[in-house]
Design a protein around this ligand. Sequence first.
Ligand code: PLP
Length: 437
Amino acid sequence: MTYGNTACHVKNRACTAGVSKYNLICAGCSTIYTDDRLKCSNDGALLRTNYSKKHLTLKDVPGMGKFHDWLPIHEIMTTDSGPVTYRSTELAAELGLNNLFISFNGYWPEKGAYIKTCSFKELEAFPTVQKIRGGNRSLVLASAGNTARAFSHVSAMTGAEVYIVVPSSGMSRMWIPEEPTDSIHIIQMGKNCDYTDSIHLAERISALPGMQAEGGARNVARRDGMGTVMLDAAVTMKRMPDHYFQAIGSGTGGIAAWEAALRLCEDGNFGNELPQLHLSQNLPFAPMFNAWKAGRREIIKDIDMPDPKKLIHGMYADILSNREPPYSVAGGVYDALCSTRGSMYGISNSDTKKAQELFERYEGIDIFPPAAVAVASLIEAVNEHKVDADDNILLNITGGGVKRLELDHIIFKIEPESVAENANVPLEEIIRRKVLA
Ligand SMILES: *Cc1c(COP(=O)(O)O)cnc(C)c1O
């Protein structure tokens, strides 16, 4: 009886709130779902939001809330956090490009950029936390650093409870621009564990009562939040770019850019040609680059990432180190590359460092190593004539401005609540929580 009532309630909510704004459509078999879920029950493919509004109308708020029409939430966000697109002059001249636009996702108030955890992961955190709020559940996720910071910041701002599993290599990145709150629970992994071990532990924690997995690439609030980079660029450029450059670890941002472009195509006011995706990884760990280069939809572990821990250890931009990216899945990175006639790049550490130096010198703001990988891929594309001087190019600077932030704000370190030696430790040893008692 109770179950029946609950089901009915959920169904009604889907009919009023869900259907009026969006439903979910399977990227593989096109099945439509009116309830919130993470995968298609037929084929396991990614689900994509299908918004009833086909024309983008901007809301009059600062930050990413202006793209409310194409975010899977019902209350308009008023955070000043959001992507900022500007036309490059200095780097553009150096590279001989006439229409280079930069999406800056970090802190740079002189440009109107106010992402205080300094990466585009914040674009994902705000809508995700808002989406599950009211459900009274705690959010569980794994992160190598930037996502953890973004969700911790949103938790501190909203009081939403978050459990975040962080590999020990990511702990130095665990700070936020305000006093940490009790709503933030950080679980640090042991020294020999990497990001993928963190994902596995987070999966176990999220199965506990009262917990909810953030969902990673499968979370449409995450993807559509990251997709605002493409939306902001198209609005600023008054058209979609011809090319989109981004460094990837999971590729979620690349998928998000493609999906946002599909919506812009349907809108019709921004052109009807999808931007080509130029996605880059940092050598020596580059499983998607290797699989794509070999023309494969599948990543073969022994070929594309033999001895992953050693390879990851050799990366300058080590946060780009997801061992299980959504590459093969329908609606994933492989499909995004095929659909946009895209390219992949494998970028060395030395080219990344050179690109970082070049960008900082010409654009005048500090950037994170992954963003420098994208800059290096743009340089490679120019050298190999994959882009023309007059092409409209969008370069996603996925993170930066920490040095700039430190001039304006005090940074607070977040201490771990517990340490897990591996992904299989008993959960009661690491979670201090009433539910477990
Ligand atoms: C997460 C992250 C990336 C990679 O993004 P994905 O599209 O999820 O692979 C790139 N740069 C920075 C700064 C990031 O935090």
